[in-house]
Ligand binder design. Structure first.
Ligand code: PGA
Length: 260
């Protein structure tokens, strides 16, 4: 059974004080549960990782980074590596977010290297894929997403017990207020799950969580989660506000408790 995942991607937002305030409120909520019925992940900017891990230490809230270096150690000024992340208790890392691809020219080949280093270190990758607006308009969504998956996972072995998350984030829906309809998102999620079954096997296809991302809000999350292959959300803007994030978490918990 896949757990619902409610992951917040804060991008380059919040001061240190705002981060502490949000995390303390979320920790207060989470401390009411011995174990949250859904997987709650927050991905703050790098400088806040250590403090956020500390704030959530007695709770079931997990921390992820927004990116990782493709190298383990070395003279790479400004980079943060997977061994550093795991040594700080960071359990997840986004890789291949469209903003990294757009503003830092990150390629699928680099994302492949990042996934490998995360896997060898024990950090769970949250691998982002998705088409641009023009590619969707030209009917190329399936081709683009499949090609991203083929390159990113080209030489990556996945064991039956490997933890892996894939996030389908149509680029045209990120931060634009334009959400894919639940049916549009489900079609691509199904394509990704079918691809996993062909590339690996049915057990792995059933195990990997596939999140949708792109203008998720409290009022559209439940309909997205109702789709069979949508296992959660990677949420940008709406995850910055504690009330919105708690609302999204509660939606996930309600659906999990009703037995998705
Ligand atoms: P958004 O961002 O929810 O603000 O559209 C999603 C993301 O970039 O992960």
């Amino acid at each position: 059974m896949r757990r619902i995942v409610v992951a917040g991607n804060w991008k380059m937002f919040k001061t240190f004080q705002e981060m502490v305030s949000f995390c303390c409120k979320l920790a207060g909520y989470a401390s009411e549960f011995e174990e949250l019925p859904v997987t709650s992940i927050i991905c703050p900017p790098f400088p806040y990782l250590h403090t956020s891990v500390e704030i959530f230490s007695a709770t079931d809230v997990h921390i992820g980074s927004q990116d990782v270096s493709m190298h383990d150690f070395g003279a790479y000024t400004g980079e943060v590596s997977a061994p550093m992340l795991i040594s700080m208790g960071i359990e997840y890392s986004l890789v291949g977010h469209s903003e990294r691809r757009q503003y830092h020219q990150e390629t699928d080949i680099e994302i492949n290297l990042k996934v490998k280093i995360l896997q060898s270190t024990g950090v769970v990758p949250i691998v982002c894929v998705g088409e641009k607006e023009q590619q969707r308009d030209e009917g190329k969504t399936d081709e683009v997403v499949t090609s991203q998956l083929e390159t990113i996972f080209a030489d990556i072995d996945i064991a039956a017990d490997t933890n892996l998350i894939i996030a389908y984030e149509p680029v045209w829906a990120i931060g634009t207020g334009k959400t894919a309809t639940p049916e549009m998102a489900q079609d691509v999620h199904k394509l990704i799950r079918d691809w996993l079954e062909i590339r690996y096997n049915k057990t792995i296809a059933e195990r990997v969580s596939i999140l949708y991302g792109g203008s998720i809000k409290p009022d559209n999350f439940a309909a997205l989660l109702a789709q069979p292959d949508i296992d959660g959300g990677l949420i940008g803007g709406a995850s910055l506000d504690i009330d919105n994030y708690l609302n999204l978490l509660q939606t996930g918990i309600k659906i999990a408790q009703e037995g998705k």
